[in-house]
Design a binder for this molecule. Structure first.
Ligand SMILES: [Zn+2]
Length: 150
């Protein structure tokens, strides 16, 4: 008996209040959940994507730059390729040896999957990569993008 609009508002408020707590920002579960919702890894409120292929430059809520350095999102390939290969490496032999699908059909289906799945998973891979980065190398409130070295 919960109103979906109210629960969405409650979640947004929860995320916004969690953004002020630095220990919550590093919680693995919370970062994972933010990635699945394609939200900013740092605050969990701002949307990471403006369209299917377009990543926003920065969070509209907390202002953090999503692409931390040139080529930052190359690391998302690990998630995208890794999950695609894992799924095919499990599903292909299981279906092949169960004789439930014709061998040629299975081969073409897996080939199609390895092309289409990474295209669909692209945004999630980037969001997961951003969360992974936030987990291991968190960006704090006071830190800006200008590193003062030297
Ligand atoms: Zn943010």
């Amino acid at each position: 008996m919960s109103n979906p609009a109210n629960s969405t508002d409650a979640r947004r408020k929860e995320d916004a209040s969690a953004a002020t707590n630095s220990t919550d920002e590093r919680s693995f579960k919370q970062l994972f959940w933010r990635a699945l919702r394609l939200r900013c890894a740092k605050c969990g409120v701002g949307a990471m994507f403006g369209g299917y292929w377009k990543v926003h430059k920065s969070c509209d809520h907390c202002g953090v730059q999503y692409e931390r350095e040139p080529g930052f999102f190359l690391g998302s390939i690990y998630f995208n390729y890794g999950l695609t290969a894992l799924i095919v490496a499990v599903v292909y032999p299981v279906l092949l040896f169960s004789n439930s699908v014709d061998e040629t059909t299975l081969l073409w289906s897996c080939l199609g999957f390895t092309i289409l799945f990474p295209m669909w998973f692209f945004r999630y891979a980037r969001a997961l990569w951003a969360g992974f980065d936030q987990f291991w190398d968190p960006r704090e409130e006071s830190a800006s993008n200008s590193d003062t070295t030297g």
